[in-house]
Design a protein around this ligand. Structure first.
Ligand code: MN
Length: 315
């Protein structure tokens, strides 16, 4: 059992046998907001211990407010529970690198570099999210200059990250949360502009469900540039209760031999992060029991992958 071996698992692997005997290549992760909205030592312990208890390999920790993350304390707790960590954040309109205003670009660069130093400090190998601009509803479309400013900062971030073996994930999101990257193709085009090997596509099926024609074609279009996947329902609640075509998603991931992490993301007004919940428009109570939600998601994900393996093998 991975959670008991006290060895923090690697981000990509050839083969992992999970508790339930299902063999897959992917680390399975869960977002910290399933457990807690803060990151005091007590909250960190609860979140990391619960992640292990629910059978996950990885926790995704929001780094929107780096000042609240105690690096040594977090690293120790992750090691105690044998849990890997990824970090994620979205910039704000004040720290927007997708802007023509260079003072905002400078603030955004500083925020990203600080988040990178936290990821590096806890031995994480992943920093992803809406790193390329504000996580916000913009009043208008982006501009060529703003896009170039963003790509230039992401290039600097990626070069700095490479020194610590950290991968930078660009999470394209729906139109209400970014005006720069809403689809796989826009993300791949942007990555051409950045031109760094350690920059990957971070695909979230909740956003894809809004912006893409489907799941299979865009996921396959990523090829080996796909580096991180968020699994979430159309209403961001319990998996299987909404309208996302999960068999299509899992079959695409198995077919393309995707070996990176697959992380469950869900938000409810039951667990609130003052920095993130309002930005994500989490107004409704979609669940109250994080452990019930997470163990259900864990089972749903491994079963979905196993069924997809059977389907693709029988072709
Ligand atoms: Mn996401």
């Amino acid at each position: 059992m991975i959670a008991h071996c006290k060895e923090v698992p690697e981000f990509t692997s050839n083969r992992l046998i999970h508790d339930d005997g299902i063999e897959m290549k992917n680390l399975l992760g869960v977002h910290a907001l399933v457990w807690t909205g803060g990151w005091s030592p007590e909250e960190a312990e609860f979140a990391i211990a619960s992640t292990a208890k629910a059978g996950f390999d990885l926790i995704e920790i929001p780094a929107l407010d780096p000042s609240r993350i105690d690096i040594a304390d977090t690293k120790m707790r992750l090691e105690n529970h044998g849990i890997a960590a990824g970090f994620s954040l979205g910039l704000t309109l004040e720290t927007d690198i997708n802007s023509e205003d260079l003072s905002k670009v400078d603030l955004g660069r500083a925020t990203l570099m600080e988040a990178l130093s936290i990821a590096s400090g806890v031995n994480s190998t992943y920093l992803g999210g809406v790193l390329f601009g504000a996580l916000a509803k913009y009043p208008g479309p982006t501009s060529q200059k703003a896009r170039e400013n963003s790509a230039s900062v992401i290039k600097e971030l990626a070069q700095q990250a490479a020194g610590s073996g950290i991968t930078i994930g660009l999470e394209f999101v729906n139109r209400y949360e970014s005006n720069l990257l809403n689809t796989v193709q826009q993300t791949l085009d942007f990555m051409e502009l950045v031109g760094e090997e350690n920059v990957v596509v971070h695909a979230d099926v909740y956003h894809m469900n809004i912006e893409e024609d489907g799941f299979r074609a865009p996921l396959l279009a990523c090829g080996d540039r796909l580096g991180y996947v968020h699994i979430g329902e159309s209403n961001r609640g319990y998996l299987g209760k909404g309208t996302i075509d999960f068999p299509e998603v899992f079959e695409a991931l198995v077919d393309m031999n995707y070996s990176g992490p697959i992380t469950f993301e869900s938000f409810s007004s039951a667990v609130v992060d003052p920095g993130l919940s309002n930005t994500l428009a989490v107004w409704r109570n979609l669940w109250t029991d994080g452990m019930d939600l997470a163990t259900h998601a864990r089972e749903f994900m491994s079963t979905g992958i196993e069924l997809a393996q059977q389907t693709t093998q029988s072709r």
